[in-house]
Ligand binder design. Structure first.
Ligand SMILES: Nc1ncnc2c1ncn2[C@@H]1O[C@H](COP(=O)(O)OP(=O)(O)OP(=O)(O)O)[C@@H](O)[C@H]1O
Ligand SMILES: [Mg+2]
Length: 498
């Protein structure tokens, strides 16, 4: 009979295992962990887990612990073969106490892995009446044989592991269906562009998207940095996991570290509960850090370590957590310049900039303009049930000549508005916003006021910038070439309602 503390300890292990299982869909890590825990709790010389290849009679070793783990993983079994195969076939646990003379044992395998067997305990992995495999432990170190209590423990672990295996298989199935669906439905990000710079970008992205290198995506606002980041993630091995985005410019300095790395309850005023950071959320997936140039020096230092070592601590905790995160970063600043000016860490810059994808502004690749216009006319025709088929010649010329300070985002919004406003088959200049139309800007303002003074012009211009930046002040400030705080002051002075 087992002592009460020992039983308690086993129960705790069991809870630990089921917690782990319920919190992750990463089957590899999970099975390894379950096997390690079983092997140490039952003090076994060896422990292994076989799974049935769905739809076949083949079993393969998915995970093993003990001295022979690597050798064991190379072995293939058939259903009914050896102890593990027999249990997987019959779905009943098996306890063998005199393994040496038992004919069900595959002695050739124990010879091959150099582990003479004395005692074997094996339980099936079954869920909803289906056996998906089995877990086997070999030779307890501190006693001659495994016993009934060991069997109870292993059976309980098996039940949890079986559910995890089923969940992971369902997940894989759902993910691959999602992938097929998103291809069919065109949810995969579509990147339009036929200009030379875009072709170069496509070639480059194709080469690097499946690797884990850190990529710095640069370009003005609205050029498609976020789009490229999503495209890279959706085409990487990490596509079944999350793409977590953090906009470094939108989060105050004081909170950015907690946003990235998480915090423990009570670690600072306002931290009333424990919170996971984006690094933790993006584990096994991709973390996209937008506007990386805005990070404070302190956050830069922490970020560098997290990227280099793939380790970090939550704020207020001494426990180091490790992650497996692929980092993408975007910026519309000239980071090299920020490095020169001492605002951005040199080492972090070189770490992020393993590869740079630079997207030129739309005005430097005018060949893409009409392609994008066509693409968006089609999209918004569908969305708004319109039937726009063409552009008037002046409208086309206007789009081709326009400066596009807001790049593709601005073009997209302009076409969206035009399609909405257009009741005929042809988009004309009048469907574009008044403020962007050359020569009409002054007329529009003059219509409201005989001769606008500078203050009034400034007010109009700020409103136009805010509209173009879709209300994002940082972007509006960039468009206007002023700082965010100057913009705030001007918004207040001009009494602009947001
Ligand atoms: N080449 C492209 N083809 C199709 N759509 C594009 C392209 N480039 C950008 N877009 C669209 O333009 C909009 C703006 O793109 P995105 O958000 O990726 O820009 P960004 O560079 O990340 O901007 P910001 O610096 O403001 O974050 C999105 O709706 C995106 O889908
Ligand atoms: Mg972006």
């Amino acid at each position: 009979m087992m002592s009460a503390p020992a039983q308690h300890d086993r129960y705790r292990k069991l809870v630990e295992i089921s917690n782990i299982i319920n919190s992750t869909l990463e089957i590899d890590a999970l099975l390894d962990l379950a096997i390690e825990t079983v092997s140490s709790t039952l003090d076994a010389e060896g422990c292994s887990l076989v799974l049935r290849q769905p739809g076949t009679d083949d079993l393969y070793f998915r995970s093993a612990a003990g001295a022979a783990r690597e050798e064991i993983k190379k072995i293939r079994l058939k259903l009914g073969d050896g102890v593990a195969g027999l249990v997987a076939l019959e779905g009943k646990p098996l306890l063998i106490t005199d393994a040496q003379s038992d004919t069900r044992v595959r002695h050739d395998i124990s010879r091959r892995v150099g582990m003479p067997v004395r005692s074997i305990l094996c339980t099936p992995l079954s869920v909803e009446g289906k056996v998906v495999g089995s877990i086997e432990v070999i030779n307890p170190r501190s006693k001659p044989n495994f016993d009934d209590e060991d069997m109870q423990f292993l059976s309980a672990v098996s039940d949890s592991v079986a559910i995890a295996v089923r969940n992971a298989r369902l997940f894989t199935q759902v993910s691959s269906e999602k992938e097929t669906l998103s291809r069919v439905l065109g949810l995969q990000p579509t990147i339009i562009g036929n200009s030379e710079p875009m072709k170069t970008i496509f070639t480059m992205v194709n080469k690097i998207m499946r690797t884990d290198v850190t990529i710095l995506i640069t370009g003005e606002t609205g050029t498609g940095k976020g789009l490229i980041a999503r495209f890279i993630h959706e085409n990487s091995q990490r596509r079944h996991q999350l793409l977590v985005e953090v906009n470094c410019a939108a989060i105050p300095d004081t909170l950015i570290e907690s946003e990235l790395f998480g915090h423990e309850k009570g670690s600072f005023t306002g931290a009333s509960y424990q919170r996971k950071g984006k690094f933790e959320l993006a584990d096994n997936g991709t973390l996209c850090l937008d506007e990386i140039g805005e990070l404070s020096p302190r956050a830069q230092a922490k970020l560098l370590r997290a990227i280099e070592e793939q380790r970090f601590e939550r704020i207020g905790s001494n426990t180091t957590l490790s992650t497996d995160v692929r980092v993408l970063a975007t910026t519309n600043r000239d980071l090299a310049q920020s490095v020169k000016e001492g605002q951005f860490r040199n080492d972090l810059y070189y770490r992020l900039n393993q590869i740079e994808v630079h997207i030129p502004p739309l005005r430097e690749r005018r060949e893409d303009i009409l392609l994008l216009v066509e693409h968006y006319i089609e999209e918004f025709n569908g969305q708004f049930e319109k039937n726009v088929v063409a552009l008037s010649v002046p409208a086309k010329n206007f789009l081709l000549d326009y400066d596009w300070p807001g790049n593709v985002r601005e073009l997209k919004n302009m076409i969206k508005r035009a399609v909405l406003l257009c009741d005929e088959e042809e988009i004309r200049c009048e469907h574009f916003p008044l403020l962007v139309q050359p020569g009409q800007e002054r007329a529009a303002i003059a219509g409201a006021q005989e001769f606008p003074n500078l203050g009034e012009l400034e007010r109009m211009h700020i409103i136009a910038a805010l509209q173009r930046a879709e209300g994002v002040k940082k972007k509006a400030a960039d468009l206007l070439g002023i700082s965010r705080s100057t913009l705030d002051r001007k918004i207040e002075a001009h009494k602009i309602a947001l």
